[in-house]
Design a protein around this ligand. Sequence first.
Ligand SMILES: [Zn+2]
Length: 160
Amino acid sequence: MLKILKAMSEVNLDGFNPQMGEVSEGETVIGELNDDLKRMLFLMSSANDEQEELNVELLNDIKHHEQQHVNSDCNDKDCKEFIRSLREKTNALSEKVDSTTSMFWAAVKFEFDYPDGNLCIRDGFKVVSEPSDPSGGMSIGFVGTFPMDLDFEDLLASMP
Ligand SMILES: [Zn+2]
């Protein structure tokens, strides 16, 4: 069995009712997520939550590392090792966030026969489309939290 199907089958939807915002003007309700799509949304949200938790942990690591710079007991090798360890911790998880997000939206588009416009999910698992960007740009919105991207090089460059 595909791992994604196994993971979906293990999702308990009881109490899963994320606040996604109300349907706003200009949006057309094209349907509602069925339970399978809710399970995929659940997996995507969990991956995002995990990422947020990890980011808090990494920010603490970074603060700790910054302190080493203040105490000036960090050399280039330590710094490189530190960045490598940060990357290692984030890479697998950000792949998970990316893939659950792409799979979810691909499944929603497939389920609703590729409707025109940008798709969003609203309260009550309503699927809405909003008019396409007249400039021709197509963006798929997810109303919720996106993983915070940590730019390690920038963070390190800003260290004392
Ligand atoms: Zn360092």
